[in-house]
Design a protein around this ligand. Structure first.
Ligand code: SAM
Length: 233
């Protein structure tokens, strides 16, 4: 997906990028490649591929929600996908990026500083520990490519405000959804929408699972990661 194709595909999602946003994404891409040459951030490095599989893919979240000035947490953001891309394209969002690997947080802080982004912070923490002090805090919690849906739900749903939502960004997830319904309910959520689509250029199936928080999560959750892994809900 070259940049013209990227801009056109986004118009179909009702996203019209400004020149500044395109230039910020270009700077972000260059910094990603530069940092990736010495510190592993992503195996996708070819420019057209980054625009499709990282930038465009991150923005497909708008298929399930309209983004304005909500608070958004990205769990296991890695090199900033989807959270940092969303911040660049939806500047009114208040974004928190969390990752357990500090080298990724260091990279994100360099990009945040270079682009002079406001209302965005990158935090070095494990989600299940960060959740202990940030229960029911965010309008939207999202996560892409971090864990199976039932484990991911325990990491994310406790931090969603009542009536807020958790949006899991997945590839093919039919089996995972079937196996996670009980966990989601236990954590106070209910699946409100499942959007399945293909990325342009046959780049693969994607599934967005939108969970709305109906009931406060019991303080029993999230548990320690070993327990979540050993005995998923
Ligand atoms: N979301 C990014 C993306 O889609 O490109 C990164 C995905 S990468 C496969 C998974 C990331 O989740 C890694 O950066 C890893 O450090 C982070 N991670 C895994 N478990 C985590 C946890 N419990 N809390 C915070 N971050 C975690």
């Amino acid at each position: 997906m070259n940049k013209d194709e990227f801009v056109s595909a986004l118009k179909e999602l009702n996203i019209n990028l400004t020149d500044k946003q395109l230039s910020d994404l270009d700077t972000y891409y260059k910094m990603l490649i530069d940092y990736n040459s010495h510190t592993n951030l992503t195996r996708i490095t070819e420019e057209n591929e980054v625009y499709l599989k990282h930038f465009y893919d991150s923005l497909t979240i708008v298929k399930t929600i309209s983004l304005d000035n909500q608070t958004l947490l990205d769990v296991g953001t890695g090199a900033g996908f989807p959270g940092l891309v969303l911040k660049i394209v939806f500047p009114n969002l208040k974004v928190t990026l969390v990752d357990s690997l500090n080298k990724r947080i260091n990279f994100l802080n360099l990009v945040i500083e270079k682009l002079q982004l406001k209302d965005v912070k990158a935090i070095h923490a494990r989600a299940e520990e960060y959740a202990l002090k940030n229960r029911e805090t965010f309008d939207i919690v999202t996560s892409r490519a971090v864990a199976n849906l039932n484990m991911l739900s325990e990491l994310c749903i406790p931090m969603v405000k009542l009536s807020g939502c958790f949006i899991a960004m997945k590839a093919d997830a039919k089996n995972e959804i079937d196996c996670s319904k009980k966990a989601i309910e236990t954590l106070g959520g209910v699946i409100k929408d499942v959007v399945i689509f293909s990325l342009p250029f046959n780049a693969g199936v994607r599934t967005l699972i939108k969970v709305v928080k109906k009931v406060k999560t019991s303080v029993k959750y999230p548990r320690k990661f070993n327990e979540i892994k050993k005995k998923p809900l």
